[in-house]
Design a protein around this ligand. Structure first.
Ligand code: GH3
Ligand code: MG
Ligand code: MG
Ligand code: MG
Length: 313
């Protein structure tokens, strides 16, 4: 263990150094508080043994500097009989123990330094455990957050899933009722998607759904809830939005999809990838979540029957 011996008397310093070197410590020496602080800043010694009374920086000052730099460092104070009260001050300031000069026996130096070293080792071990615990805790929190997020997201598109959407819709309808607001649902379904799958294969079909989800995402506001309702059915919940605003948004989205250069679009019946859309609004189309969904579904069905690639409200 690295140990720093600080005393302005050279003889004393070398006595302590020799004893503790023999005990197996790697000892450095400093002849003043200032010198000690410099050495300590370069190498954070876990153990420091310092004289109290020195010209310039006192041992007490050095102690508080060291403790503010690294509170784990164990500091042993050396004092004379005449200034035992300053040893008490040092203990209050966080010193581990003190040695009285002149030394009664060299074994005492060894004993005190040995105990201080043991304490330094334990403190370091605790610190390491605490850091491990903190890291593990952070990882756990992150894993929890990811799990929660996974539970509400659709695996393919990363949009919200069906279950989350149902909850969000119920909440939004309740909120609209309570605060006398409006809200709307845009429900849409890919036209002739079965044919696309049959022609290009399921993996290409998945890619198309992902591309569609990106369009929906980029087209929705932060407060909107964009979800994959089912296989190739998507839904967008627009809080505080009446029929007119929702139809406008739906129409823009329909047009964006129809214009988008999806791979393989040319083999689709309309020569491009299109969606049919139903728009239902609270309160005129239904006073409850379920009624709104059924209404949007019926309107979507009408959009399909009247030629697809259109919005019906
Ligand atoms: P319509 O215009 O009437 O909606 O015709 P459609 O072919 O889109 O409708 P239909 O309900 O007959 O077919 C939907 C297809 O969507 C059938 C199914 O294979 C496909 N599908 C559902 N989920 C997925 C998916 O996750 N990935 C892929 N690639 N296809 C899916
Ligand atoms: Mg002195
Ligand atoms: Mg469908
Ligand atoms: Mg379809």
């Amino acid at each position: 263990m690295q140990l720093l011996v600080v005393d302005d008397e050279e003889t004393l310093r070398s006595v302590v150094s020799q004893v503790l070197s023999a005990d197996g410590f790697t000892v450095s020496e400093a002849a003043s508080g200032e010198e000690a602080l410099e050495a300590f800043r370069a190498v954070s010694h876990p153990l420091v043994i310092t004289d109290i009374r020195m010209s310039g920086m006192s041992g007490i000052e050095l102690l508080s500097e060291i403790k503010s730099h690294n509170p784990d460092t164990q500091v042993v104070i050396m004092t004379s009989h005449a200034s035992l009260d300053s040893a008490l001050t040092a203990l209050r300031a966080g010193a581990y123990d003190y040695l009285v000069k002149p030394f009664e026996s060299l074994d005492l130096i060894s004993a005190v330094a040995g105990r201080a070293a043991e304490k330094a080792r334990l403190v370091a071990q605790n610190r390491e455990l605490l850091e491990q615990l903190t890291r593990a805790n952070l990882e756990l929190q992150e894993a929890n957050r990811a799990l929660k997020e996974m539970a509400v997201r659709d695996g393919l598109t990363s949009l919200y899933n069906h279950r989350y959407f149902q909850e969000a819709l119920a909440q939004e309808v309740a909120r609209s009722k309570r605060f006398d607001k409006r809200c709307s649902l845009i429900f849409f379904d890919v036209d002739n998607f079965k044919q696309y799958n049959d022609t290009h294969g399921h993996p290409d079909g998945d890619r198309l759904l992902k591309g569609l989800a990106r369009i929906v995402m980029s087209h929705s506001r932060a407060c909107d809830v964009a979800a994959r309702y089912g296989g190739e059915e998507f839904v967008l919940l627009l809080p505080e939005t009446g029929k007119e605003g929702a139809v406008k948004a739906a129409e823009e989205m329909r047009a964006r999809v129809a214009e988008h250069p999806f791979a393989g679009r040319e083999t689709q019946p309309l020569g491009r990838v299109t969606v049919s859309v139903g728009v239902a609004s609270y309160p005129e189309d239904g006073g409850e979540a379920q009624a709104l969904l059924e209404c949007a579904d019926q309107l979507l069905y009408r959009a399909k029957n009247s030629g697809r690639n259109r919005v019906v409200a």
